[in-house]
Design a protein around this ligand. Structure first.
Ligand code: CP
Length: 319
């Protein structure tokens, strides 16, 4: 049997992305009855999913833990520092051993190579919970939040202002795959990976949308349906924070950018946020903000991902 993993957003075909969003919306609609004590979801009954985090997390770790439990499985949170991994055991051996115990691995780690090694040697589905290169579950939640707001992606544009980082990479590729136009505005030296941009441009062209990259946040925001940003200093970059504060001056998602966006535009942020740095408090906490819906959608899309990859239900089947 083929073991499917979600190591990057391109592990999902465009129709599978849409099907997962549909699954997530169905799981969301069913959740009030589930948490009110209705019939349990047994999709992951008898299955244990290890949540291996080598970096801090609030949203991803908690939403995955709740997701596994609500699907009837057993979540097993693991910190890299508490495993022998933290004392030098190889990632390959860690994967081989964990694969004998659990039926799925959710992993937040550093390089994409560590994630690939766990998938190759573990022999169970592995889900990327953020690497230095990608954050695919975040991108799925982002798409669901945009679709909730506008009903479809057709003719819509999302502008991402800030660091061309892992969040930007998955967002570019995911949006391009479903025909949501994307504009990225970044300071000099913080561009997204050119290979990712080229791939996203090809995919966007096939879906009738467009990807643009510039150093002009105001121009990028003009007429956009959604404005999105992320922290200027990501985990592991703390020593660069002073330089980054200087380099990102003028790239704050603030009232000036929101005023340039389309009427009814919404504001997104993957969180955690730093008010007064990458986003102003009035915008983050204002009426256009959808950041809490976006954070909640992490739970629903991750349930859909787990149902599909670990439970063998979907994409497009978790009715
Ligand atoms: N957006 C996100 O991944 O949040 P956490 O780092 O808290 O998981």
């Amino acid at each position: 049997m083929t073991v499917r993993s979600l190591l990057g957003i391109l592990d999902l075909a465009p129709d599978e992305v849409v099907a997962l969003l549909d699954d997530a919306a169905r799981l969301r609609a069913a959740r009030p009855a589930l948490v009110a004590g209705g019939p349990p979801d047994t999709t992951l009954r008898g299955r244990t999913v290890a949540l291996l985090f080598e970096k801090p997390s609030t949203r991803t770790r908690v939403s995955f833990e709740v997701a596994v439990a609500e699907l009837g499985g057993t979540p097993l949170p693991l910190s890299g520092a508490e495993l022998q991994l933290g004392r030098g055991e190889t990632v390959e051996d860690t994967g081989r051993v964990l694969g004998r115990y659990v039926q799925g691995l959710v992993v937040r780690t550093f390089g994409q190579g560590r994630l690939r090694a766990l998938a190759e040697h573990g022999g169970v589905p592995v889900v990327n919970a953020l690497t230095d290169a990608e954050h695919p579950c975040q991108a799925l939640a982002d798409l669901l939040t945009v679709r909730d707001e506008f009903g479809s992606f057709e003719g819509r544009t999302l502008t991402y202002v800030g660091d061309g980082n892992n969040v930007a990479h998955s967002l570019l590729l995911a949006a391009a795959s479903v025909g949501l136009g994307v504009r990225v505005a970044h300071p000099a030296g913080y561009a997204p990976d050119p290979a990712v941009v080229a791939d996203a441009r090809d995919r966007a062209a096939a879906h009738g949308s467009e990807v643009t990259v510039s150093d002009d946040p105001l121009a990028a925001a003009r007429g956009a349906d959604a404005l999105y940003t992320d922290v200027w200093t990501s985990m592991g970059q703390e020593e660069e924070s002073v330089r980054r504060l200087r380099d990102f001056a003028g790239f704050q998602l603030d009232a000036r950018l929101l005023a340039a966006a389309a009427d009814g535009a919404v504001v997104l942020h993957c969180l955690p946020a730093h008010r007064g740095e990458e986003i102003s408090a009035e915008v983050l906490d204002g009426p256009a903000s959808r950041v809490l819906d976006q954070a909640e959608n992490r739970l629903h899309v991750q349930k859909a991902v787990l149902a599909a990859l670990v439970g063998g239900v979907g994409p497009g089947a978790s009715a």
